[in-house]
Write a protein that binds this ligand. Structure first.
Ligand code: S3P
Length: 419
């Protein structure tokens, strides 16, 4: 893996930029917007709520903001597709709307837990009903008349924190969320950029309700979660020298770089700068002799989406890697403890699932296999990275699933592979 390239825009920031653009007054321009299926689901929902959206075209989305009270009742069910971020963050916004809406998604999303969001939003005053005792989509919401609240969340989840902060925009007074460890803070950074009053003290975030949000130009950095697949692909292939430009380096997201360094890869950052409130730079990685490591504690929220591909890296490393404190993996696009250990086992790796992670004993040569990964985009991309070093042929049926977060992944990986 040799060369220099970029990865598509950050998924988390793309969702948030257009949502805040919709609630702001005036025009918002989002550059390098991720035109992956998840973010397109968010745009579709916003349009159904009466927001005027142009694009994405050439990576740019333009939004005519409706202001805090300008959304209108959708005529039909809102479809979040495969996207947990769309559903959970929109629930926060819909909780503040004095109208009726229904949110659904694909089979994977309909099976994911929503009580972590619907519970706090109901406590703020929203009426929410859904399947499985109001804990699974489809979910019906009648919002409005919210009261401020203070929550302590049992898991470090940026989606839960963001849903509460977004609902807090509609409640007079200060709403706070305290997490057990810091999760990604893009919502807080963008809210501040759009003009909201946001404070942080340790693991507590506070937002003041009823702000006046003003449209912004947001330049979205490349997604470090997408970069991770290429970085691990380079790390496990000796002689690699790969540079990825314009990668988001928000410290709540860079756990993957810390782990690859701890495992023995040579990772350096060049051209570090701040763009639209987010740290950005070029990441250069040179492949090394990888060794096993331990991933746990506060590191986990900083790399939760990178665990599937890091597990592939661990299978190619000398020694044992222990991944713990990561029970959240069970409620992602698939049960990623079961799906990742299942995938590695099919390739011949020595791996054991645990209650809150997995143990990977590296060094067993991988053998190609047919790997069913749908509906999990990150599992499919991790499988493709494993396929680069596995003997024989690896087949991933339904590879289109990668379009959820990384359109063009297969061609990009292929073009770098020959280097
Ligand atoms: C995301 C938060 C994380 C992450 C997901 C995107 C976000 O989920 O896994 O891919 O954009 O807020 P949790 O909030 O459930 O940890």
């Amino acid at each position: 893996m040799t060369g220099r390239t970029t990865v598509p825009g950050d998924k988390s920031i793309s969702h948030r930029a257009v949502m805040l653009g919709a609630l702001a007054e005036g025009r918002t321009v989002v550059e390098n917007f991720l035109a992956g299926e998840d973010c397109l689901s968010t745009l579709g929902c916003l349009k159904a709520l009466g927001v005027e959206v142009e694009g994405p075209s050439g990576g740019v989305v333009r939004i005519n903001g409706r202001g805090l009270d300008g959304l209108r009742e959708p005529e039909d069910i809102l479809d979040a597709g495969n996207s947990g971020t769309t559903m959970r963050l929109l629930l926060g916004i819909l909780a503040g709307q004095p109208f009726f809406s229904v949110l659904t998604g694909d089979g994977s999303l309909r099976s994911r837990p929503m009580a972590r969001v619907t519970g706090p939003l109901a406590r703020m005053g929203a009426w929410i009903r859904g399947r499985a005792g109001d804990t699974r989509a489809p979910l019906a919401v009648r919002g409005g008349g919210l009261s401020r609240a203070s929550f302590t969340t049992p898991v470090a989840s940026a989606q839960v924190k963001s849903a509460i902060l977004l609902a807090g925009l509609f409640a007079p007074g200060v709403t706070t969320v305290t997490e057990p460890a810091p999760s990604r803070d893009h919502t807080e950074r963008l809210l501040a950029a759009f003009g909201a009053e946001v404070g942080r003290e340790g693991c507590q975030v506070a937002v003041t309700g009823r702000p006046r949000l003003t449209g912004q130009t947001v330049r979205v950095p490349g997604d470090i979660s997408s970069a991770a697949f290429l970085l691990v692909a380079a790390a496990i292939r000796p002689g690699s020298d790969l540079t990825l430009d314009n990668v988001g380096l928000n410290p709540t997201r860079t756990g993957v770089l810390d782990v690859l360094t701890a495992m023995g890869a040579n990772v350096t950052i060049e051209g570090r700068r701040i763009e639209c409130g987010e740290p950005v730079g070029s990441v250069r990685i040179r492949g090394g002799d990888l060794a096993g490591t331990v991933i746990g504690g506060d590191l986990v929220p900083r790399l939760i989406d990178e665990i599937p591909v890091l597990a592939v890296g661990a299978a190619c490393a000398r020694g044992t890697t222990v991944i713990r404190d990561a029970a959240e993996l069970k409620v992602k696009e698939s049960d990623r403890i079961a799906s990742v250990t299942g995938l590695l086992s099919r390739l011949g790796a020595d791996v054991t699932a645990t209650d809150d992670g997995m143990v990977v004993r590296g060094g067993t040569p991988l053998t190609g296999a047919v790997l069913e990964c749908s509906p999990d985009h990150r599992l499919a991309m991790a499988a493709a990275v494993a396929g680069l070093v596995a003997g024989g042929e690896t087949v991933i049926p339904g590879e289109k699933v990668v379009d959820v977060s990384f359109p063009g992944f297969v061609d990009l990986l292929d073009s770098l592979r020959v280097g």
